[in-house]
Design a protein around this ligand. Sequence first.
Ligand code: PLP
Length: 375
Amino acid sequence: MIYLDNAATTRLSERAKQAMEPYLKDLYGNPSAIYEFGETSKKAVRESREIIAGALHCAPENIFFTSGGTESDNWVLEHAMKQGKYITTSQIEHHAILNKCRQLQGQGANVTYIGTDREGTINLPQLENNIVEGNTLISVMTANNEVGTIEPVSEIGRIAHRHHALFHTDAVQAFGHIPINVNRMNIDFLSASAHKFHGPKGVGFLYVREPEKFAPMIYGGEQERGYRSGTENVAGIVGMGEAAKEAMEQMDNRMRKEQKLRNYLAERLMREIPYTRINGSTRHRLPGNLNLSFAGVEGAALVVLMDENQICISAGSACSASDTNPSHVLKALGQSDEEAYEAVRISLNFENTRDEIDFTIRKFQEIVIQMRKEK
Ligand SMILES: *Cc1c(COP(=O)(O)O)cnc(C)c1O
């Protein structure tokens, strides 16, 4: 199998797996217990928190463990309801943001969805004009999960703070892949998820700049200093910490490798298959992301035929695989329904080889030519 869908999820790294193993069985003490056996788990959770904090350049007290990106996103938006009930977000957010916003609108929230240019970069003047002084929570993703566009996060944070607004960024696609510094980038809240950076599924975190002004969403046994109750997913948290540590150590190498392989793939497909378009930005883009359209070829059908050749790619976003609407992201980028249906996403990573990419290019050529002939 050739796995080119790393934006949907990633393989657990060997180091993360080994770090988790003791906590899955032998070291099962509850971190809240006061005997030594519980202390062992507590210490492991603390160490993970320190690693994550180090990666973001913040203090461990600013990190709260959650069940993943969706929970972290929901938590921040829920908090906006206690503030001014004004939310400014973008049209290209993940459904963890968009569907939560829809629900909050039903409860009286005032939500504005800011548009982007054709490359997926958010319209900053429109964003700034929309802020209600002191009352707005801005939520814009660090990098988009479909087209890989990296948003001008520092600038958005600067605009937010100029107007006494709070700034949340969904960094699920970015954390562990590109450098992030919550201070330099003016971020107040940040969501991330372990399974998008070679950690386990079902665990993530939320960074909160001012926890003293923040409130829980889940109540119970007062874990996470009362902010997020429920017995800690110790093994998951340990696995996430190790995956984050590894990602930080290897980030430069991984980025270089992914970018090189991605550019090679893009250049050959553009050159060798006529009427191929790249969706998204050429300059501000995640290193492993490529989103393409082959004119006249339906993306979903292409995904199925690639799968018959053991190649995993995705049409639009994996989260909407069961939904037959055209991608909301490509629509926001100004594409017609017909154009949006043509898109496929290839998200590779540092583990992919040149041989795999060569095989993938050959299959794209064969299948696209065949599909166009049959039309
Ligand atoms: C995957 C993803 C999420 C959801 O994260 P989970 O941990 O799977 O809940 C949220 N936002 C973005 C941008 C994502 O890519």
